[in-house]
Design a binder for this molecule. Sequence first.
Ligand code: FAD
Ligand code: MG
Ligand code: MG
Length: 305
Amino acid sequence: MTLADISRHCHNITTSYLASSGGSDIVNSTKQAIRLTRHHLLEEVFRRWDPFGNQLSFSYNGGKDCQVLLILYLSCLWEFFVRNTGFSQYGSQYHRFPLRSLPTVYINQAETFSTLEKSIESARERYFLSIYESPRNQTSMPEAFENYLELHSNTEAIVIGIRHTDPFGENLQCIQSTDSGWPHFMRIQPLLHWNLANVWSLLLYSNEEICGLYGKGFTSIGGINSTLPNPALKIDTLSGSLTLENRFKWEIFNAYDKQTSSENVNVSQLSDADEALLQSTGQSGYHPGWFLTDDSQERAGRTRK
Ligand code: FAD
Ligand code: MG
Ligand code: MG
């Protein structure tokens, strides 16, 4: 596998999703969301910053949002490559994908779950991320980015998987510069218009491995001392929690490249430490994270910011 291979794979995933006749309201609105993100990346971002130069970086923290955005980003990277070779007088077999790894930045803020750290490791390998990891907890986020820019001085813009429904996300735009108090660079935010259901729909359809904590009722993952499974997903043993249902059965059963149609979801294995933690603190008996589609409850498992 190379970055070119995985980019082509991601392109196949999105093309297949867009061509599907899944038909549910969620699938239809996700197709619209994908089209707008593709437009942002291909017609606005990649025209301004060459994705094969070293001006663009990707911010990655192992969460579902940056993973779904990464799939879209790589998909567009492949399309951009193919389009450009199409304009050339030489056949595409004479062109080589110009990038071997994707400049990526991970700010290690607080102690987090080892299952999430392992997911970031797997993503590093699977998606050919060349990750700069800031030293844990030594600096604020703006300072950490200042350090990153000192080492990667060609960086002009950083891609972020933030959405309008995130705290302080309401008035953001796809392309904007950083606020005062932050080092100067452009923020690229092509996922703003996505809601929780859109994220789960494409991610579950993609069949890419997602962080195992999502399978245990987590919906938003932060520090180990400030994140619990989402209380809205607690299985009520008395009533059987009749109000919640899996709205992504179509995505799961028809997931891309799935060998046999089944209800299995490609979640990473929980680390022994996290397994023990959830057991010892009684944090079990939750529906998977994708049973929650109410954006206003996404962070209900956060005990503090
Ligand atoms: P999450 O869903 O956890 O994160 C949203 C996205 O932010 C992720 O998908 C990922 O792309 C990125 N991200 C979050 N945490 C990390 C991390 N630890 N390491 C790497 N990437 C991460 N806030 C301002 O008020 N003004 C700014 O100018 C500003 N500039 C920013 C520039 C960058 C490159 C980033 C990553 C963040 C910036 N922020 C800024 C903060 C941003 O608006 C969010 O508050 C922050 O990303 C945390 O997101 P979250 O935890 O609410 O949501
Ligand atoms: Mg998020
Ligand atoms: Mg966060």
